[in-house]
Write a protein that binds this ligand. Structure first.
Ligand SMILES: C[S@@+](CC[C@H](N)C(=O)[O-])C[C@H]1O[C@@H](n2cnc3c(N)ncnc32)[C@H](O)[C@@H]1O
Length: 209
């Protein structure tokens, strides 16, 4: 799958154009691409805390986030990461990555417009090595099956042994892919979110290549 033609963007660039609110951007993107965006509402604080709680963030050197949207998880991860760490956030929507670039002024963040299906190429282009944790907000139920399978397989390939894959989504579509590519998968469900979400924590990546 080709990387979209716009270049890899890094956080920190500022523009003088008027900027819509995060909720405005979320609604706008949801109306344009309902299946890709999945929900117009950002994740709740409670879901963010619960999702991130099992990870020892102080030991993370590289974290990757798929589908950061307006950056609710992005900010929470940055607040937990060591100063020397990197957070690579990949979203297909340029509106979302531009929003992150404008509003999160943190040298640890690399916000990239692209698809998670290309994560191995994107990480290689940025000179990034193995990841300690990957967080996915992708709506796996609306992705083509082969794309969903390729994203989880590439993630397992990119994670270091003992690395973690975290996912939240409305439906349980990611679960069979996780059990195929990870030795252990823990599950939860969070009602306090719009929409309520399945939560998954997978570890023990199985490499297929
Ligand atoms: C449910 S939203 C996540 C919202 C955000 N994490 C939050 O809590 O506010 C799903 C996100 O995945 C993005 N997305 C969908 N398909 C993608 C793909 N193949 N690669 C990267 N991002 C994708 C959408 O643009 C959207 O930002």
């Amino acid at each position: 799958m080709a990387i979209p033609d716009h270049p890899l963007h890094s956080a920190g660039s500022i523009s003088s154009e008027p900027v819509p609110s995060p909720l405005g951007i979320s609604f706008g993107e949801f109306l344009k691409h309902p299946l890709k965006v999945g929900s117009a509402f950002p994740a709740s604080d409670r879901m963010v805390r619960r999702m991130l709680a099992p990870i020892k963030w102080g030991a993370v050197g590289l974290c990757i986030e798929y589908g950061p949207g307006t950056g609710v998880f992005t900010r929470a991860i940055l607040s937990r990461l060591p100063r020397s760490a990197t957070l690579l956030a990949v979203d297909t929507s340029r509106e979302f990555t531009r929003h992150l670039q404008r509003h999160i002024d943190d040298p640890r963040l690399r916000a990239v417009t692209g698809t998670a299906a290309d994560i191995e190429q994107i990480a290689a282009r940025l000179g990034l090595g193995q990841a300690d944790a990957i967080l996915s907000g992708l709506p796996f139920s609306t992705l083509p099956q082969e794309t969903a399978a390729a994203i989880v397989a590439s993630s397992a390939q990119l994670l270091r042994p003992g690395g973690h894959f975290l996912a939240y989504q409305m439906r349980a579509a990611v679960h069979p892919h996780l059990t195929r590519h990870f030795a252990r998968v823990d599950k939860g469900f969070e009602w306090w979110n719009i929409p309520p979400c399945h939560l998954y924590w997978a570890t023990g990546p199985r490499r297929s290549r």
